[in-house]
Design a protein around this ligand. Structure first.
Ligand SMILES: Cc1ncc(COP(=O)(O)O)c(C=O)c1O
Length: 408
């Protein structure tokens, strides 16, 4: 048996992963166009072009570009009618942005557990949490794996609760042949640099509903009507709204990135197919169950280690020593339920005052055991469209080598 790199043996993945600059000539060309126009600000021009291109590519009526994924979810929640004291159900294994968007709308985040097979928000757990105050369910397509939208749209039909798809990690994924973000009442996408489409930072809302889109457009821009018919000084300012306007520079990069999306999704799918084909049979090694009828837009793929000895952390250290790029966290925060923000309802930095809409809510930190189980067992394999076939060959060899050492 080959000696582990951890014990001084040769690395199974001796070369670093291929990750050339993801931005190139098209981004540069479109940015130059914006600069040459002399106007970076405004949601007409390149921002409108970006929205039209995404709408066409995703087959959705309205796209509203904003400054981040968090902003997209906040705008969508407002446009779906969420107001103070409403409850919004989501799962606590997601980015903070999902929860921040709920709290920013003075609504109460309620946390459902994940399904242990799909690792996505669990419909049965959601059903148990529905009350007369539930206004929206946010289905997070975590790691680009699509939630079963048929089940959630049925819950919506039965209850009248609206569905917001958090597609921050799901650009280009589909369920039932439809793009993620086009099935629920609205979708929210991030374009921060870790995402399939990046504009450095940025995001967008998707919806087929005209009224939702109208409100979303007003909410991203202080409710200003950017229309020559409104004289300076005469803006109606019809309700409270912040400024989530993106610039033309972000839109320029976003358009170029959209043009690369289809190839990116296909390449990532090919990489992940190899992981499933070549690693699924390893003992104590489980890959997520993919929702039937869906096509994921893959991210790093979370394997679960189901053994006891060695520990998950020892395995991770051994794999990293072999040269494998590996994470043990699913997100920046593994379980939002366990944060100080939620446990202490610490809304403000300099006072312990809890806003009145949140005062009566209590959170059991142990109420999402499947989230905690995934946190303890997760080994996230690297997936990136820029990797070479050799990168994947060596990663697979490394995992097999480590498994052979411990389990044969
Ligand atoms: C699932 C999920 N939701 C929301 C967000 C928030 O997006 P942003 O960082 O652009 O605000 C992210 C980004 O990390 C995310 O991954």
């Amino acid at each position: 048996m080959e000696k582990l790199a951890l014990h001084g043996g040769p690395k199974a993945k001796p070369t670093s992963y291929n990750t050339p600059n993801r931005y190139g000539d098209e981004e540069r060309e479109l940015i130059n166009k914006v600069i040459d126009s002399g106007r970076l600000m405004g949601t007409d021009g390149m921002v409108a072009d970006f929205e039209a291109e995404v709408a066409h590519a995703f087959n959705i009526k309205h796209v509203i570009m904003v400054t981040s994924g968090t902003a997209a979810l906040h705008v969508a929640l407002c446009a779906l009618g969420v107001s103070e004291g409403d409850e919004v159900i989501t799962n606590p294994m997601t980015d903070m942005g999902t929860t921040a968007a709920i709290l920013a709308q003075n609504a109460i985040p309620i946390f459902a557990d994940i399904d242990p097979q799909t690792r996505l928000i669990c419909p049965d757990s959601v059903r148990k949490l529905i009350t007369h105050r539930t206004k929206v369910i946010i289905t997070v397509h975590m790691s680009g794996l699509p939630c079963d939208m048929d089940i959630f749209m049925n819950i919506s039909l039965e209850s009248g609760i609206k569905i917001l798809e958090d597609c921050a990690q799901g650009h280009g994924g589909t369920f039932g042949g439809c793009h993620l973000g086009t099935i629920g009442h609205a979708g929210g996408f991030s374009m921060n640099e870790s995402k399939q489409m990046s504009s450095g930072d940025g995001g967008f809302v998707t919806t087929n509903d005209d009224e939702t889109a109208r409100i979303a457009r007003l909410f991203r821009d202080k409710t200003y009507v950017r229309d020559r018919k409104v004289t300076r000084g005469e803006q109606p300012v019809s309700f409270f709204a912040p400024n989530y306007r993106p610039t033309g520079l972000q839109a320029a990069v976003g358009i170029a990135q959209l043009h690369k999306l289809e190839a990116l999704v296909a390449r990532r799918a090919a990489i992940v197919k190899r992981y499933y084909n070549e690693l699924s049979d390893l003992p104590h090694f489980e890959l997520p169950h993919i929702t039937s009828g869906s096509q994921p837009s893959y991210w790093p793929l979370a394997a679960q280690y189901t053994g006891d000895t060695p520990t998950r952390d020892e395995l991770a250290e051994t794999l990293r020593a072999e040269g494998v790029r590996l994470d043990t966290g699913m997100a920046a925060v593994n379980n939002i339920l366990r944060t100080e923000l939620i446990q202490k309802k610490k809304y403000y930095p300099l006072t312990d005052k809890v806003p009145s809409f949140w005062r009566d809510t209590t959170y059991d930190p142990d109420s999402c055991p499947h989230v905690d189980a995934l946190t303890r067992t997760c080994l996230r394999l690297p997936v990136d469209q820029r990797f070479t076939d050799e990168d994947i060959d060596q990663t697979i060899v490394a995992v097999k080598k480590v498994w052979a050492h411990y389990f044969e």
